[in-house]
Design a protein around this ligand. Structure first.
Ligand code: NAP
Length: 304
């Protein structure tokens, strides 16, 4: 039996792994896809202290190297559900079963779908949720970015360095993105803001995106804008279906100050939990707190 199973290898999970190794807890980190999490596809991080400018992949490589250097066991598998046998957490995975005294859920979140006609069918054929992954395909072409948060505005600035033209479509005329991202977008000569507007449909010809139908919410006018790509950044959905603890209406896990969930011995960190700020820096803080709490929990652990 493990002392601790950490589910998810993003900044929160890897930090918890580093602290757990230093506490000499018998720990395994389970990752479904790729160590690094969502942030690993971010082209540049400029607000993680100590690194004025570093790629998301570069920063996460350093986290992974640090954790593995301390001997953290990392395994690739998917957790399907967690049940209790007394106080023991039983994790059913695609590959089998794991038992642990404590669990840290660090599964992060995935981009939310907009749900407009054309979006699903054209994903990978001009519709994308990742600018660093797909931006280079649109070099010298025209793209649309949907959303008004940090991701939309930051990624629009990144895309403006590759594409000839970038439209930002946002449903309000106020942006929730950081002022610094907005100033950069405003300064880019090839970014055009379409505010108080919504994307209604993505249109294709010969199976690839050719236009986006956008409605001006002030005039109700609908017009087709020729674009080769549509990048959708309208928020995130937490990956929390597999764990039956208290959550808010969007599925973010509710935790207390100690980051314990409604089940004793199960903790949640980073983007999958209900928190006012989703950043690498805050996920790192969460990982440290949760691993520290697990140390005390494991010391007092009784199977029944
Ligand atoms: P977000 O902050 O939730 O913003 C989502 C955006 O999409 C909002 O502007 C929202 O509009 C819009 N939206 C949502 N549903 C929509 C719909 N159905 N139709 C049209 N527009 C819709 O999400 P995010 O930008 O992905 O950021 C997620 C978290 O990561 C945030 O906490 C963010 O601060 C953080 N983050 C930080 C950085 C950084 O550099 N510091 C970079 C990326 C992400 P409204 O504004 O009208 O609600």
């Amino acid at each position: 039996m493990y002392d601790l199973v950490i589910i998810g290898g993003g900044p929160g999970g890897l930090t918890a792994g580093i602290y757990a190794q230093r506490s000499r807890l018998k720990t395994v980190l389970i990752e479904k896809e790729m160590v690094g999490g969502q942030i690993a596809v971010s082209d540049v991080i400029e607000n993680y202290p100590g690194f004025p400018s570093i790629s998301g992949a570069g920063l996460m490589e350093k986290f992974e190297e640090h954790a593995r250097g301390l001997g953290l066991e990392i395994t690739f598998d998917t957790v399907e559900n967690i049940t209790l046998d007394g106080n023991v957490k039983v994790l059913k995975t695609t590959e089998g079963e794991m038992r642990a005294k404590a669990v840290i859920v660090a599964t992060g979140a995935k981009p939310r779908r907009l749900g407009v006609p054309g979006e699903k069918e054209l994903t990978g054929k001009g519709v994308s949720y990742c600018a660093t992954c797909d931006g280079p395909f649109f070099r010298g072409r025209s793209v649309m970015v949907v959303g008004g948060g940090d991701t939309a505005v930051k990624e629009a600035v990144y895309l403006s360095k590759l594409a000839a033209k970038v439209y930002i479509v946002h449903r309000r005329d106020k942006f929730r993105a950081e002022r610094m991202h907005l100033e950069r977008a405003e300064a880019a000569p090839n970014i055009e803001f379409l505010t108080s507007s919504t994307l209604k449909e993505i249109k294709a010809a010969s199976g690839v995106v050719v236009a986006a139908a956008v409605e001006d919410l002030k005039t109700s006018r609908l017009k087709d804008i020729p674009v080769d790509g549509v990048f959708i950044f309208v928020g995130i959905n937490p990956t929390t279906d597999f764990v039956d603890v208290d959550k808010d209406e969007s599925g973010f896990i509710k935790t207390g100050l100690t980051l314990e969930t409604s089940i004793p011995g199960i903790y949640a960190v980073g983007d999958c939990r209900q928190t006012p700020l989703l950043q690498v820096a805050t996920a790192v803080g969460d990982g440290a707190i949760a691993a520290h709490m697990v140390d005390g929990y494991v010391e007092a652990f009784k199977e029944r």
